[in-house]
Every structure is written in structure tokens, then in C-alpha cells.
Write a protein that binds this ligand. Structure first.
Ligand SMILES: [Zn+2]
Length: 175
């Protein structure tokens, strides 16, 4: 049984190289980081909030709050984001929204929320346990949001390292 820590380190390596590529995201372009150790897989999606929510700050209107609620509900079906072979079992997920950091630490309604007009990402990390080696992964999320045009995918698996870019007309990667 490998440690969760080792996988997280792998993901951090990938995140670091991804950060070098683009410090600020471009709308329409998301990122995916994939790390495998033995039968454990972690898939992290980093999507511009502008594409999946339509805004990149803490929700202000009722409509924006509803959008967040709907998105959270969608993440309860990870297969809408990532499609793996049937011999993979969903283990856990972790969702981070652009507003989370401030809300968790300072409560709601603080003025400083409005001071910074910065980009925000939706980060969804999903962990799976797979009984056999995967040959590829498909990302149906590319078809769910019209403005999400591409995903830059990077992976470290037991069989090697790789990177590619996929679009809504070609939503799958092969290892
Ligand atoms: Zn943005």
C-alpha cells in the first residue's frame, strides 16, 4: 500500500511544472494532472471558474449562489468529469472553489473580497482505485461546457510520464 503522501508529492511536481506554463489561466483552457501509484490514481482538474461557473469570485447574487450549489451537486457524479474503465472504483474527491479560502477563514461578506479582481480556478481532485492498469482516460467534462475548449493533461504513471492537449472533439488520452 503506497502512501497518500507520495501521490501528493507526485501531483505537486506536476502542479509545479503546470504553474510554470501559465501563471494566470486562459479562459477556455483547463488543466488536468494525473498521478498513479500501483492501483491508486489521483486525477486533478483545474478549470477556469469563468468557464464552469461564469464568474471567478465569491458568489454575490442569488443566481451565482445557485450556480455554485448546482456545480457542487454535479461533482457528486465524478463520472460526468472523468471516465475510467469499469474496474476502477471511486474513492474520494476534494473540491476547491475560488471563494473557499476566504469563506472558510473569515466567514462571509467581507469587503476585501471585492478588492482583488483576479482569476479563479475550480479545482476538483478525484481519487480512484483501479484493479488493472489503465490504457486511457476520457474527460466527458469537455463536452459539458461549451466555453471549455481544451484541457492540457499531464501524467505520471507506473508506465511513464506524458503530456497532451485534448479538446471537445477528442476527449480521451492514452497512456
Ligand atoms: Zn480567469
Amino acid at each position: 500500500m503506497m502512501s497518500r503522501h507520495a501521490l501528493t508529492s507526485l501531483l505537486m511536481c506536476l502542479s509545479f511544472s503546470a504553474t510554470l506554463h501559465a501563471e494566470v489561466h486562459s479562459h477556455g483552457q483547463g488543466q488536468v494532472l494525473i498521478a498513479q501509484q500501483n492501483n491508486q490514481w489521483v486525477i486533478e482538474l483545474i478549470l477556469p471558474a469563468a468557464d464552469v461557473l461564469g464568474f471567478e469570485h465569491a458568489p454575490e447574487t442569488q443566481q451565482q449562489k445557485n450556480t455554485i450549489k448546482q456545480f457542487k451537486a454535479l461533482t457528486k457524479s465524478p463520472e460526468k468529469f472523468v471516465s475510467l474503465q469499469p474496474n476502477c472504483e471511486f474513492v474520494s474527491k476534494n473540491l476547491t472553489l475560488p471563494s473557499d479560502e476566504h469563506e472558510e477563514h473569515h466567514g462571509h461578506g467581507h469587503e476585501h473580497e471585492h478588492e482583488k479582481e483576479s482569476h479563479g480556478d475550480v479545482q476538483l481532485s478525484i481519487e480512484y482505485r483501479c484493479l488493472s492498469q489503465l490504457e486511457g482516460i476520457t474527460f466527458p467534462i469537455l463536452k459539458a461546457y461549451q466555453s471549455l475548449a481544451s484541457l492540457s493533461v499531464e501524467w505520471i504513471t507506473d508506465s511513464g510520464q506524458g503530456a497532451t492537449k485534448i479538446t471537445s472533439s477528442n476527449t480521451g488520452i492514452s497512456f
